[in-house]
Write a protein that binds this ligand. Structure first.
Ligand code: FAD
Length: 403
């Protein structure tokens, strides 16, 4: 059994298959699992089903204790007018994990699980997709990008989620602090010429409100690829994770889709389920809702974001649980099902892929006139500070040209 890509989706499939006695080879173009990232924090969501995702992982034979994770039940929600409120839940809303090649990173946890199950991972190699049974090579094109700075801080562990169309065009920014390391990231869902400008301004915003004592280390980022293919199994090959377009169109929370689709593909090859059916029943409805939400969000600016934030807080007051709103956001209901054909027509474009698959892709949207503004004095200083750190060896693992 040959798998292309030793990321989350490919290694999930590999573990499931190898644990059932299959000989599994994973071919990875980079030097290690997680090398696509550089120590950035990501949130593993726990709201697209009632069951805890870690319990689901255990059912598939994947051990969540193999990597470090920090559960969160409360966040700061920064509204576009800078008001900060607190969505809160009793259970686990999401878990912060680190992406990269460090021992505690999720990617390395999956690598250890795979190797312990007997999987042979071949790093730094090129393998033709036609020779593989599972395609797990991650995103190919860009529908959106995220750009962030990792820094030392003495602020306690914390997460802020900010809805702000100026700092994060069409999307959101976030601050994550875990054990003395912080990440401020802005997501750009409209293509901009200089993403550094948005990051500098976003950092200035957070610095003004939190006592960060920020000492920059490096800048990180990456792209997201959002598409809906006609089929998830093509010419006998299983497309999993972002290689199969399995991504959250609304916020880009793709890790859970990657792990789930990898595990499902493994089980399908073992004859335990039908991959096409499982993806279309379990994951596609969620993806369509997220795409419909994205379509609606593309139509609103900060006024709409403010309404969403207020609605979230009212919903929490009524139901006594902030996570219920997130569950509702991803629940396929009648209203959004009715809008879906409009969203598909208005937002997605047909594309024929090199391997013969036909997909409906979400292209990277163009910038709007309101995306052009003068940076603040503090943002300019932060940009200069970063240039000095770069001269001293501070790395950027991602640039505008990667898109
Ligand atoms: C900056 C950023 C922030 C994000 N934040 C979040 C978040 O907070 N929460 C969340 O859930 N998701 C987040 N995501 C999305 C998440 O990272 C992805 O959806 C997820 O990693 C997809 O898993 P995958 O297995 O499809 O791809 P990956 O985990 O990227 O694995 C793909 C692997 O394939 C390899 N590969 C690529 N091409 C080839 C080839 N030709 N041959 C062999 N190997 C190849 C790559 O090197 C890589 O190792 C974020 C993404 C970015 C870029």
């Amino acid at each position: 059994m040959h798998i292309l890509g030793a990321g989350l989706s490919g290694l999930s499939a590999a573990v499931v298959l190898a644990k059932s006695g299959r000989e599994v080879h994973v071919h990875e173009i980079r030097k290690d699992s997680g090398a696509r990232f550089d120590g950035d924090f990501q949130g593993l969501e726990n709201w697209t089903s009632r069951s805890d995702f870690f319990d689901e992982m255990r059912e598939w034979g994947l051990d969540p204790d193999e990597f470090k994770s920090d559960p969160f039940s409360i966040v700061d929600l920064a509204h576009p007018d800078d008001v900060i409120t607190n969505p809160i839940t009793d259970g686990v809303a999401f878990r912060v994990v680190e992406r990269g090649t460090g021992h505690h990173c999720i990617d390395q946890g999956f690598k250890r699980m795979a190797e312990a199950a007997g999987v042979k991972i071949h790093y730094g190699v090129k393998k033709a997709p036609e020779e593989c049974h599972i395609i797990a090579a991650g995103p190919k094109d860009s529908s959106a990008i995220a750009f962030g700075e990792v820094f030392h801080t003495d602020h306690p562990n914390h997460v802020t989620f900010q809805l702000n169309d100026k700092l994060a065009p069409g999307a959101y920014s976030y601050l994550i602090i875990i054990d003395g390391i912080g990440l401020i990231c802005t997501c750009l869902w409209r293509k901009q010429k200089k993403s550094g400008r948005y990051l500098n301004e976003t950092i200035a915003w957070y610095e003004e409100r939190y006592n960060l004592n920020r000492k920059p280390i490096k800048r990180v980022g990456g792209k997201g690829d959002f598409s809906i293919p006609e089929k998830y199994v093509h010419e006998g090959r299983y497309y999993v994770g972002e290689a199969g377009g399995l991504q959250d169109f609304m916020w880009g929370f793709g890790m859970r889709y990657a792990i789930t689709s990898g595990a499902l593909a493994g089980m399908a090859i073992l004859g335990e389920c039908d991959y096409e059916e499982e993806v279309k029943d379990r994951l596609l409805p969620l993806i369509k809702v997220s795409a419909t939400n994205r379509f609606l969000m593309n139509r609103i600016g900060d006024r709409g974001f403010k309404m969403v934030a207020n609605h979230w807080m009212r919903d929490q007051k009524r139901k006594g649980d902030g996570l219920e709103f997130m569950r509702w956001v991803y629940r396929p209901g009648i209203f959004r099902r009715m809008i879906w054909p409009l969203a598909r027509m208005g937002m997605l474009r047909k594309k024929s892929m090199g391997d013969g698959r036909r997909v409906m892709r979400m292209p990277f949207r163009g910038a709007l006139r309101r995306d052009s503004w003068e940076p603040s004095a503090r943002a300019i200083e932060i940009g200069e500070q970063w240039k000095a750190i770069q001269r001293g060896g501070g790395g950027v693992s991602f640039s505008d040209t990667d898109t």
